[in-house]
Structure formats: structure tokens, C-alpha cells
Design a protein around this ligand. Structure first.
Ligand code: DAH
Length: 341
């Protein structure tokens, strides 16, 4: 019965081929592989076409069996290829979607709220205190003539006090004639030349000296100057004003004292200290009765008017008030430092 065994052989070959095609289809990595599997399976020389051709060559009662097997094989291959094709297309689509996805999210940070620099805080508190005492604010330039910075303040050329200031000179005009102001005192002169007495001003501002920066000195620092010109102003008015300021600014438990000192622009001159509630003293600044030479330089008649002046550093308030032990930290703009105030 060679025909029977021939049907078996055709079936065996068909099943083997279909199994292989289905397995390959399930593993196909791309559409092209699948396409060539498909055309191989259904091509003229393919296993399905060969089996179909064999239908006419097997015994008639076995043709139906073979015909069904061919039909089932065709369906099996079609199903496997279609299902793999669906999976590949889906995968491809989601890959493309992923690749083309637009990130529409946005990182919105918390807005950071800053505050004014601790030095500016001290500066403004001082201004407020003096304004409350009847003073107004005056200003002057950072770059000064040596006349305003020295001569007019009774510090003539060759005076040792010029060296004490370690001035920074600017290349302008005659050598030594232009200077970065070494103190706020020249604002006294500018105010007197501009306004008629009575004068009640404070002048906070930046000053410059040839100092090497260390924990307590900076070549750029800040002072506040005070000037009062009125009739019959005396040392008593100065002492009273300093005491009133001390209590208004630092608080009721604080007091002040004057200690004799020397400044070219005042006569007599004093150093003023404040006393903390615990009894300890702290040197704050210089002051005195305005020297007649200074009044004259400012165009004011010393017979008719008299006055007092004072000046002190603002930067030290940071050390005093906030316990900052290195002044340089206040000006390196490190937010971690500044945030503390
Ligand atoms: N200008 C002085 C300084 O920088 C401070 C000073 C002392 C100012 C006495 C004054 C004063 O007005 O009367 O060291």
C-alpha cells in the first residue's frame, strides 16, 4: 500500500513544515521576517502548495483527510502570522509613541523670598532713629577732592592724620588731589556749603581705606556721620543727643559716655562709648564740637553759629548685634550666611 504510506508521508512533511513556520512566526523580530515566512509558506513551492498538489495523487478516500489537513495548516499558519504581525505592529506603535512623546510637565520651583542685607537693615534702622530725632539724611560722593576729605576738615597737607587714614588715591587731576573718601566727614562740608543753618543731618555711606581685609577690617566699609549747626550749640547738646540716640537705638537699659580724644575737625573732641545693660562698655565712634576752621571752610560764621559732629562705623553693628565674628562673611554673598538675618 504505497499510496497510504504516501499520504502519511505528505501529512508528516506538512505538519513538520507548519510547525516550523508557526514557531518561526512566533519568534519573528520584525515585519520583514514575517513577510518572507508568509510568502515562503504560501508560495508555489511552499509546503501547503505541495500538500495541496498531493491531494490528487493519494487514494480517493484519503483525499478528504488530506484536504482538511491542508486547510487546517493554512489556517494555523495564517493565524500565527497574523497574531505575530499584530503584536509587532503594536510594539512598533508604542515604541514610536514613546520616542515621540512630548514632556509637557514643568518644574515650578517655590519662589524664594529674600530680605534686605543685614548691613542695610542696620543702616535703615539708624536712619529711622535719627529721623525720629529730627535729623534729615544727607549724601555725598564716594570719590572726593582731597580738599573736601582733608583740608576743609582741618587736616592740611602734611598733617599726620592724612597718613592715619591710609587713603586710596584716584588717578585724576594733580597727584593726590582725588581720593576715595576715607570717612563720611566730607559730607559735613558739602552740606554746609549747600544749606544755610540750622543744619541737622546724618549721612550714612560707604568709605574706603587702604586696609588689608581681616576679620574686623575691610578696605570698603560703612559709616554714619552726624552734623548739627545751630545757635549756641555746645558739648552738652552733643552729650545729650548721643545719650538719646543710644537709648532710642539700643534700648532703655543702654547708656553712653564721652572720653576725651583728638580729631582735627572738632575741638574739643571725644570718643563715645555705650554701656550695655550688663555694665560692659563698647567703643562706638568719635565726636566733638565742630572746629571753627571747619565752619569757615563750610562758609559758616563761627561767631554766629556753632555745632557738633559725630561719626561711627555701621559694619561693627553686625558684629555687635548678630555676633558675626568675621566681617568678611557679610560681604561674600553666601546665602547660607545671609539667610540667618
Ligand atoms: N571721621 C572720623 C573717622 O573716620 C570719625 C569722626 C570723629 C567723625 C569725630 C566726626 C567726629 O564727625 O566729630 O574716624
Amino acid at each position: 500500500m504505497p499510496e497510504l504510506s504516501s499520504t502519511d508521508a505528505v501529512l508528516a512533511e506538512l505538519n513538520g513544515a507548519v510547525e516550523a513556520i508557526v514557531a518561526n512566526a512566533e519568534e519573528a523580530g520584525d515585519i520583514e521576517t514575517l513577510d518572507s515566512l508568509e510568502s515562503g509558506a504560501f508560495g508555489k513551492a511552499g509546503p501547503i502548495a505541495s500538500a495541496r498538489k498531493a491531494i490528487g495523487e493519494v487514494p480517493p478516500h484519503e483525499r478528504k483527510l488530506l484536504g482538511l489537513a491542508v486547510q487546517e495548516s493554512k489556517t494555523a499558519v495564517e493565524t500565527a502570522i497574523a497574531s505575530r504581525r499584530g503584536a509587532l505592529v503594536d510594539g512598533e506603535r508604542s515604541r514610536r509613541l514613546e520616542a515621540e512623546r512630548m514632556d509637557l510637565s514643568e518644574v515650578v520651583g517655590e519662589p524664594r523670598v529674600g530680605h534686605i542685607h543685614p548691613l542695610t537693615q542696620a543702616w535703615e534702622e539708624l536712619e529711622d532713629t535719627f529721623i525720629g530725632m529730627g535729623f534729615r539724611i544727607a549724601e555725598g560722593p564716594h570719590v572726593e577732592t582731597d580738599w573736601h576729605n582733608f583740608d576743609a576738615l582741618n587736616i592740611p597737607k602734611g598733617h599726620p592724620a592724612r597718613d592715619a587714614f591710609d587713603s586710596l588715591y584716584v588717578n585724576n587731576g594733580d597727584p593726590g588731589s582725588t581720593v576715595l573718601r576715607t570717612h563720611t566727614s566730607p559730607v559735613q562740608i558739602r552740606t554746609m556749603l549747600e544749606d544755610d543753618p540750622p543744619i541737622y543731618i546724618v549721612a550714612p555711606g560707604r568709605v574706603f581705606r587702604r586696609d588689608t581685609a581681616d576679620a574686623t577690617h575691610l578696605p570698603v566699609f560703612h559709616q554714619i556721620e552726624g552734623l548739627v549747626i545751630d545757635r549756641t550749640i555746645s558739648l552738652a547738646d552733643l552729650a545729650g543727643t548721643i545719650e538719646e540716640f543710644t537709648q532710642a537705638f539700643f534700648g532703655k537699659g543702654f547708656h553712653s559716655r564721652l572720653r576725651p580724644n583728638y580729631f582735627p575737625f572738632t575741638e574739643p573732641s571725644a570718643e563715645f562709648d555705650i554701656q550695655r545693660p550688663d555694665g560692659s562698655w563698647l567703643e562706638l565712634g568719635g565726636c566733638g564740637v565742630v572746629h571753627p576752621h571747619v565752619l569757615k571752610a563750610g562758609g559758616i560764621d563761627p561767631e554766629e553759629w556753632s555745632g557738633f559732629a559725630f561719626g561711627f562705623g555701621i559694619d561693627r553693628f553686625l558684629t555687635i548685634k548678630h555676633g558675626v565674628d568675621d566681617l568678611r562673611d557679610a560681604f561674600t554673598n553666601d546665602v547660607r550666611f545671609l539667610e540667618q538675618f
